[in-house]
Write a protein that binds this ligand. Sequence first.
Ligand SMILES: [Zn+2]
Length: 431
Amino acid sequence: MKPYFATRFVKMSARIAVLVALLVSTLPCSCWAQITAIRAGKLVDPATGATSTNQVILVNGTKISAVGGNLAIPPGATVVDLSNATVLPGLVDAHTHLCILVRHEYDNGDYFFTTLIDSDALRGIEGVANARDMLASGFTTVRDVGNAGNYADSALRQAIEQGLVPGPTIINAGRIIAPYGGQFHLQPGRRELGEPEYFFADSRDEMRKAIRENVHYGAKVIKIVVDDQPYIYSVDDIRFIVQEAATVGLKVAAHCWTHAGAHNAAEAGVASIEHGFAMSDEDLALAKKNGVVLVGTEFTQLAEREVGAPGWHATMVDRLRRAYRIGVTMAFGTDTMFAYRGETRGTLAMMQIDSWVEAGVSAKDTLKAMIPNAVKLLGVDGERGAIRAGQAADIIATPENPLDDIQTLKHVAFVMKNGGVIRNDGAAGVR
Ligand SMILES: [Zn+2]
């Protein structure tokens, strides 16, 4: 811009600013405070399993400003009447893959093909659709653990943070770090096809570099695959990765498919073991002792069929039952990657509560895994996961009290994210 025009532009901008300031000063303050008052017939605290009745939640901008039974509703506030519903904090899926969509007809049970067929751009767009659908089902926060199309997950997180598209708060892993080959079985003439889906890191230098690359391109958690090859990460390897990640303030999520892999991760003290289907009772006890959270991703029978894994459901439910009995801290994570006609990524993820019911986990403890345990694992417990003053206004409502009937979570009828109403089915949805 030439100096003359620049000077005129600055003067015009200054005049406009004065006019706007004058206009603002003549308006009542409630126009600017954006206060919403939610009348909650029942209000559930998932940390304690307590339900209080006839509460008012005041939301000012993006945050909750007050909660109580006798709160005066400020004049001019927008009132959301959920007096016939149960209100609770938004849910968390601690194991998602938003930027991949696996279809049987494409990949014949091997998602390596999906990563070859779908462009990074398409992966990003799938992420937008899946994020929207997860939020609509009541998941206001997710941890996205890789398989994300060359950092499409970082772009998706940025787009949501900038308000370009609706979606949950995302803690994303970027590029999964793994021993050579990652989760694929390559052939030597096409060895480059496994990357960038995975960062092959076998030496300490490669591990350090992989963490730094992830941080540089926007990862907020480090995801490793411990044991999908005959050679697996040792306890010392994992300890090194945990220490390196900690230097940049990140936690480590460890995919463990085998008994040996889960044992190494439990001993090394990762933040979370993902899957862990082959964990023995001794390893579950070791994870508990070392403060390792289990994100068990227990597939439903539908998921078992769709990903071509016969028999897994029973194994997973058995491990969930054992983990619950032993008392290892668990966070709800679904690993939902597949498409199914008539369902969304959100409704498919929510179905996974069936596995928790089948394993005999109480509604109270399932909710604990879905909210307080999960936000703590994700490191956002200071900001999200509770309905109290100062927290982000991530609020959902269900027709029934999920402490009485956990299945009501499949009928989330109201969703607020950062103070904005995403979904309100009104009288039709909330009885
Ligand atoms: Zn996964």
